[in-house]
Design a protein around this ligand. Structure first.
Ligand code: TXA
Ligand code: MG
Length: 348
């Protein structure tokens, strides 16, 4: 299959591009498109055959359900049994935006593969012009996971999607680099208080400001849970080829660790704030300013992918505070590293 990449920007004939994408989707094929978080791989959510092609293109396990993307609030009642009060408030406040709400699914409306057999469905309205215009031209919901090969870091650029899915999907809409850079917050509103199943751009504090108490399992609890609530949380995710280790932000320790690793014959890639450039790492991928978690989130996946383009044998990534968006960043970093911190004897 030939994969076509079309750039959607103000200068080009956008209507024609959306019409082409809508045609392909209505034929039961998949299309990759940008959202404000990461690129998604979409298929019409009511078409079982089309949705199955998403799993196939990604190599995704079929027990991991997909998020349904919608273009207007009015559609929500078509897909869910009821909209809890909390959900109504959150939609008003945060949609369009990086918040996925898990609600009771209406039976027999969405393709079975979307919910992977669960009685609930995750719905969100993305805050990106291209995604919204595509959804509004299509007038149907799009089931869409992140547009990466399963297990790879999520794509924040059309080039990442092309790298992973070239030859496997017919069309990628290129809308530039995504703004937020990590996936939406997934919140289960079928329970009271609601539970964050995956931390993201909309933080616990922001949610609580609107609806009061919200629960958040610690990374340890998520790992230990035998049947995770968000099935996606149990797979090793977001990982580049070389092993990733977490390291504290401490200039002296980082320097010593890199020196030791290089002596052992390693080629070291370092992902850290810009002010950590003066180490002897073979490759340095700056996250932006030390306290700027927004930049860190925006650059995380691109940096992890960039490591794959080097001959680094080990990747060190600095941790950040778990306040605010930091919770989402640490969640992704923890997974990329499989929870491992670097331990090099003789360094402090
Ligand atoms: O920002 C995002 O959410 C991106 C963009 C493309 O919208 N999408 C995304 O989709 O990250 P995906 O499939 O990579 O992650 C969806 C997550 C998974 O962890 C999945 O297990 C969880 O949401 N999920 C989906 N439906 C669910 C349900 N009914 N109950 C519990 N968890 C669900
Ligand atoms: Mg994903």
């Amino acid at each position: 299959m030939k994969t076509v990449l079309l750039t959607v920007d103000k200068k080009v004939d956008k209507e024609k591009i959306y019409a082409q994408a809508v045609d392909i989707l209505n034929q039961g094929e998949v299309v990759a498109f940008p959202t404000e978080t990461v690129y998604g791989l979409g298929a019409v959510a009511t078409n079982e055959e089309a949705v199955k092609k998403i799993y196939k293109a990604k190599g995704r396990p079929s027990d991991n359900p997909l998020i349904v993307h919608i273009g207007t609030m009015e559609e929500v009642p078509n897909y869910v049994e009821e909209i809890p009060e909390n959900a109504k408030k959150l939609m008003e406040r945060f949609w369009p935006g990086p918040l996925t709400l898990i609600m009771k699914a209406k039976r027999g409306v969405l393709a079975t593969s979307v919910t992977a057999g669960l009685s609930t469905v995750g719905i969100r309205m993305p805050d990106h012009e291209v995604a919204l215009e595509l959804l509004r031209a299509l007038k149907k919901p799009l089931a869409a996971p992140s547009a990466n090969r399963s297990g790879k870091p999520s794509p924040t650029k059309a080039a990442h999607v092309y790298e992973d899915l070239k030859g496997r999907i017919p069309l990628i809409l290129d809308g530039g680099t995504t703004g937020i850079g990590i996936e939406s917050t997934v919140l289960d509103v079928t329970v009271n208080p609601p539970v964050i199943l995956r931390p993201g751009g909309i933080t616990k504090e922001m949610l609580e400001d609107e609806i009061g108490e919200v629960l958040e399992p610690t990374p340890k609890e998520q790992e230990l849970e035998s049947t995770p609530k968000a099935p996606g949380m149990k797979y090793t995710h977001y990982a580049p080829e070389a092993p990733v280790y977490l390291i504290e932000k401490n200039h002296e320790k980082i320097k010593q660790t890199i020196a030791k690793l290089k002596k052992e014959g390693h080629r070291v890639a370092l992902l850290a704030p810009s002010n950590y450039s003066a180490t002897s790492a073979d490759y340095f991928f700056p996250f932006g300013d030390e306290e700027d978690q927004k930049q860190m989130a925006a650059k995380l996946y691109d940096s992890l992918r960039a490591c794959d383009k080097t001959d680094a044998t080990i990747i060190l990534a600095t941790t950040t505070s778990s306040e605010g968006v930091g919770a989402a960043i640490m969640n992704r970093l923890f997974k990329a590293a499989g929870g491992k911190f670097i331990e090099v004897p003789g360094t402090e």
